[in-house]
Structure formats: structure tokens, C-alpha cells
Design a protein around this ligand. Structure first.
Ligand SMILES: [Zn+2]
Length: 463
């Protein structure tokens, strides 16, 4: 109990103090070991350098990344704690507006996961810094983002990520790879709405996601539902040829994960009609049919299927809703994202019963350090250590560093607790840590091996 109290107080301090204050005998050694494992990060949203969502208009009119970019593009912004940057505003003015917002979120993981980046990359204790130190931090962030080498350095060296899987949801049919350390996954969301081209008439936030535009560009005719299915399979082939290593969908943000077994006739009935002419159950039947079909294509083309589960719409995102679909598709590799937060125990039970399921802790430590720790403990109890993955899920270097560091800390705590109580040998703890941070992703996504670069070059730099 005493050790637990110590640990909780250690948690309240970010950065260097963390490890030193942790009483565990093994924590420091395991944490250091995990830091040296070249990680494979299974999920981020890294836009092209010129299009990073963080760019802001500085006081002098130049395009910059700054402290506002970092916080507004962190998940803290979901809680409205960070006010928007006004174009050409003085940094000091933004900071005076922003500062009070941090008071009520100090204990939240979505806030705390950014602190290691500010501490380790900039040497700044964000909670103790005065206004002048915060202004200096802001200037240094801006200076670093004058050159994309910063992004490469933070991700590949400081966070020690060798390869990152990227989900380009803003342009899912751009099969280009814009960073040397990135492998893309094919974002499937638009294919579920492909019953009519009008679904893509309105571009949301500059997104280029129409499969019909892509078909046109490739000279593929899509007039019947059979044409559509042939086109979808062609997309899989082209994606694989372009080096994509997996599939992803986030339908849990829009609908239930209960995908019923719909007939092809039901899908044909909806195809070619605008949404306004369809009943909601007809739209659902089309999506349901596509999901089952895409699971078959996933198996056929050996592209593992990453699925967002939990914490989207809370109604309908429980991973238990996927169980019948998973059971009926034993040849498909399913990667359940976010540990199904908050249903981490359910995710563990699903994976324990279904050998084609992998659990990805991506985003989980950022949402809740406590639940991530519980998840790793429970999953290691019920699953072989080959079945657990991790990812950062961010769109800028500092967020990726922070999420990676948080994952390494939580994993080190879990493994160290077991070593300290005599339930795991140190060498086995290291073996498990290396599997979760790296080896498992390489096995689950066979296409990733072609992306490894550390054995060929010491450093990854922009082209
Ligand atoms: Zn994501």
C-alpha cells in the first residue's frame, strides 16, 4: 500500500522527476530498456509538412507553429480548455487568455501527456514556468518548425520510433508517402458511403475523400453495384502496390459497431440513390454489407483491419458489438483500437476467445493513464504477449513524443510491478516490452518490414 501511495504522488510530476521518485526497484531499468527499443507506432495522423494542422498566422503575418498549435492540436482541445489563436495576435495576449484554462485540467491525462514533450524536448517545466519562460518556449517551438528536420529528429530519434503507421483521413486516396519513416493504412470510411456520388459533394475541412473522383482519375467506370465492388477491390490492389500495410475505419464516430449480416440485394437496393431517398435502415444495410465484404477483402489481400472501438459515440462503440462479425471472419486479422476504452476488460475477453484479434493500446494512455495501466495488466493476465500493440495518435511532433513517452512509462510501471512482486523475471519483462513496442506490429503488418531503415542508415532525414 505504501508503494502505491508513493507511486501516485510520483505520477503528479512530469518529466525527469517521475522516474527518480518512483520507488520501484525495477522501474528505472525497464523504462531505460523500453526507451532503447526502436518502436513501431501503429497509428498517427501526420499531414504533409506544409499542411500540418498546427500552422498559425503569427503577429508579423508569417506562418508558424507555436505553443497554441501544440495545445490546440492536442486532445485537451476536446474539453475546450484552450482558446483559439486569433490570426496575427500577440503571443502574450493569447497566453493571458489561455493560462486560466489549464487550472481545471491539471490531473487529466489529455493535458499531462504533453508535459513530457515540453520537459524533455525544451527543458521547460510547464507548470512552474513564468510568463517570460513560456514566451521563450513559444519562440523555440516556432524556431524548430522552420525546418522539418525537427519533426524527423523528434519522432525518429527522441521518441525512437523507427516506423509509424499513418491514417491520412483527410485524403484517403492519396497513396503517396510523405515521410521516410511512414507507412500508410487505407482509410475505408468513404467506401461505406459510396452508394451515391452526392455523399462527397460537400468537402468537409478540405478533405479529398471521394472514391468516385479516384475512380475517374484511374479511368475506372462505376455504374452498377458490381462495378462498385470491382472498383473497391481494385483500390485494395493499388493500395497494396503503393506500400500500404493495413486498413482502418472509424465508423464508431458515426454509427453503431453492430454490423448485421445484410444481403447483396439490400446493398443493390440502396446503390445509386441519394441519402434523401433512402431510409436510415437502408443506409445501415448498405454499410453493413460493405463491412462484411471488406472483412473478406482484408483476409484475401492480407491487409489487417484496424477498427476504432470505444470513446467515440459512447452509444454503440462497445467492441462486444463486433464479436459475431469477428467470429464469422476467422481469416481476417482484427486490430481493436484504443483498447475499446472504457471497455478494456471486454476487449481482453474478446481477444482471449478469438485468436484473430489484436488489442491496440493506441491513444489509451493519453485518455487515461490509469485505465491504460489497468488494461496492460489485465491483457497480460489473459493473453499471450504477442497480441498487444501500441500507437501515439497525434498530428505533431510534440504530441507524438508525449504519447510515446506516456506509453513507455505506463508499460514500464506494469512490468516493474510484476518483477518487483516476483511474478516476472526481468528478462521476460524486457521480452514483453520489446514485443509490445515493436515486434508484434512487425508480425501483424507483414508489409512493414519493407519500411524498416535502421539497419541501412543511422539517421532518417527529410528528402
Ligand atoms: Zn486516430
Amino acid at each position: 500500500m505504501k508503494a502505491f501511495v508513493f507511486f501516485m504522488s510520483a505520477c503528479l510530476f512530469a518529466g525527469a522527476a517521475f522516474a527518480a521518485d518512483t520507488p520501484s526497484k525495477s522501474y528505472d531499468a525497464i523504462k531505460a530498456f523500453l526507451g532503447k527499443v526502436p518502436a513501431i507506432d501503429t497509428h498517427d495522423h501526420l499531414w504533409r509538412w506544409d499542411e500540418l494542422p498546427g500552422w498559425r498566422e503569427a503577429e508579423d503575418g508569417t506562418k508558424v507553429m507555436n505553443l497554441a498549435s501544440i495545445w490546440q492540436n492536442s486532445y485537451l482541445s476536446w474539453f475546450n480548455a484552450v482558446p483559439g489563436w486569433r490570426p496575427r495576435e500577440k503571443f502574450a495576449d493569447w497566453w493571458q487568455r489561455a493560462k486560466p484554462g489549464f487550472a481545471d485540467v491539471r490531473a487529466m491525462s489529455v493535458y499531462r501527456h504533453t508535459l513530457p514533450a515540453l520537459q524533455d524536448l525544451y527543458g521547460v517545466d510547464f507548470e512552474a514556468a513564468d510568463d517570460a519562460q513560456i514566451a521563450a518556449l513559444n519562440d523555440r517551438i516556432t524556431a524548430n518548425y522552420r525546418d522539418q528536420r525537427w519533426l524527423y529528429e523528434v519522432i525518429t530519434e527522441r521518441a525512437n520510433i523507427e516506423v509509424m503507421l499513418n491514417d491520412p483521413y483527410w485524403e484517403p486516396f492519396d497513396f503517396g508517402c510523405h515521410y521516410g519513416f511512414v507507412a500508410n493504412v487505407l482509410r475505408l470510411n468513404p467506401l461505406f458511403r459510396g452508394f451515391h456520388p452526392s455523399e462527397f459533394a460537400v468537402t468537409k475541412g478540405g478533405r479529398k475523400e471521394s472514391p468516385y473522383d479516384f475512380a475517374k482519375a484511374k479511368g475506372i467506370r462505376v455504374e452498377s453495384f458490381d462495378d462498385y465492388l470491382a472498383f473497391v477491390e481494385r483500390v485494395f490492389v493499388l493500395a497494396k502496390e503503393a506500400g500500404m500495410v493495413g486498413l482502418k475505419h472509424t465508423l464508431a464516430y458515426q454509427r453503431t459497431l453492430d454490423f448485421a449480416k445484410a444481403t447483396k440485394e439490400q446493398a443493390v437496393e440502396a446503390f445509386g440513390k441519394e441519402r434523401k431517398d433512402l431510409k436510415p435502415e437502408q443506409v445501415k444495410a448498405f454499410e453493413d454489407f460493405m463491412m462484411w465484404h471488406l472483412c473478406e477483402l482484408s483476409a484475401k489481400h492480407a491487409l489487417p483491419f484496424q477498427i476504432h472501438t470505444g470513446h467515440a459515440r459512447i452509444q454503440g462503440s462497445n467492441p462486444m458489438l463486433l464479436v459475431d462479425l469477428i467470429a464469422a471472419n476467422p481469416q481476417t486479422t482484427f486490430v481493436l483500437f484504443h483498447g475499446g476504452f472504457p471497455w478494456v476488460g471486454e476487449s481482453g475477453a474478446i481477444a482471449a476467445r478469438m485468436p484473430n484479434v489484436y488489442l491496440d493500446s493506441v491513444w489509451l494512455p493519453t485518455l487515461s493513464q490509469t485505465m491504460a495501466k489497468r488494461a496492460f495488466h489485465e491483457w497480460l493476465d489473459v493473453l499471450p504477449s504477442t497480441r498487444i500493440l501500441w500507437g501515439a495518435d497525434c498530428n505533431h511532433a510534440e504530441g507524438i513524443y508525449g504519447a510515446t513517452e506516456f506509453t513507455r512509462r505506463v508499460l514500464a510501471e506494469v512490468l516493474a510491478e510484476r518483477v518487483d512482486r516476483g511474478d516476472l523475471r526481468m528478462e521476460d519483462a524486457e521480452h514483453i516490452g520489446r514485443q509490445i513496442l515493436r515486434e508484434n506490429a512487425l508480425r501483424v503488418f507483414p508489409g512493414l518490414k519493407a519500411k524498416l531503415w535502421r539497419d541501412k542508415q543511422a539517421k532518417m532525414t527529410p528528402p
